[in-house]
Design a protein around this ligand. Structure first.
Ligand code: ZN
Ligand code: ZN
Length: 288
């Protein structure tokens, strides 16, 4: 069993690196990747400590980048790169970068105005949360705005946010390349460091046509493969992605997306119960 998608408290996981490695050892993970959001700090720690005493399996370098392509905000997993060759770039372009929340806020307000969505005069105050935490309730104050949105978008802030950052036709669309390097830039840097790229959990983005998005990533050589196995994917979704990868000769990756106690029902190695990914998926990765 392998697990190529896990988080520590260097991003939004609740375990520190040592605890994650202990749990991986307990679960008899054969190959592990730690894929924190937008940081390689776990690998810095690994090079400095003798963690091979704790975890006996193999570790593949990994990271889960926040990025944008063709207006769609998504997660791009990078694997099997030379940490030393990628670290400086990640540090400068992700680890020390601050999000441009004022610009995001203005962007959203402009979109609302252009699309005749009724809102009052608002100013952004970071202490009150993300831009959407201020704009979403304001939009909902005015019943006449309801006609611009789907039922789910109107009722759930997370669905609303997803549409904001992935759908160019959404009336409150905001292009997240104001915050993050675009996927073509990320791909170039990861390949320079000898790594491979996989689009993370494709069914999580609520895109109307996920296959079309995969085609765009594939045709523009952003990805080498797809994260087929993920705790959130149903059997049907897994089978769609398996077929897609086999047909287009793309590599396959997968993992639990374990975050420790924070998402306690999503367990290392097995996810919600039975992902249990075979080491065989690595056979095509040409790692040696
Ligand atoms: Zn993710
Ligand atoms: Zn993740």
């Amino acid at each position: 069993m392998i697990d190529l998608h896990t988080h520590t408290n260097y991003s939004d996981g609740s375990w520190d690196l040592k605890k994650l490695l202990e749990e991986a050892e307990k679960s008899e993970i054969e190959v592990l990747s730690i894929t924190d959001h937008d940081t390689l700090k776990a690998y810095k720690e690994i090079t400095e400590d003798s963690y091979n005493q704790i975890f006996k399996g193999e570790i593949i370098t990994g990271v889960e980048f926040s990025t944008v392509y063709n207006g769609v905000f998504f997660h791009l997993l990078a694997y099997d790169f030379d940490y030393k060759k990628l670290n400086n770039w990640v540090h400068e372009n992700y680890e020390i970068r601050k999000l441009n929340l004022n610009i995001e806020f203005e962007f959203m307000i402009d979109s609302c105005k252009k699309n005749h969505i009724k809102i009052g005069d608002l100013e952004y105050d970071e202490s009150k949360g993300w831009p959407i935490d201020i704009i979403y309730p304001e939009i909902k104050k005015h019943q006449e705005n309801k006609k611009f949105f789907k039922e789910e978008e109107w009722n759930h802030i997370d669905v609303f946010f997803n549409s904001c950052v992935t759908n160019k036709n959404f009336p409150v669309f905001v292009d997240f390349s104001i915050h993050y390097p675009t996927a073509d830039v990320v791909a170039k840097e990861v390949r320079r460091a000898g790594g491979k790229l996989f689009v993370a959990h494709p069914f999580r983005y609520r895109l109307e046509n996920i296959i079309q998005f995969l085609d765009i990533l594939k045709d523009n050589r952003i990805i080498d493969g797809v994260e087929v196995y993920h705790s959130s994917h149903t059997k049907e979704q897994i089978s769609i992605l398996e077929k897609y990868c086999n047909y287009h000769n793309l590599l396959i990756s997968g993992g639990s997306d374990c975050h420790g106690e924070k998402k306690a029902d999503r367990k290392i190695g097995i996810g919600y119960g039975n992902i249990n990914i075979s080491k065989n998926i690595l056979n095509n990765w040409n790692r040696f």
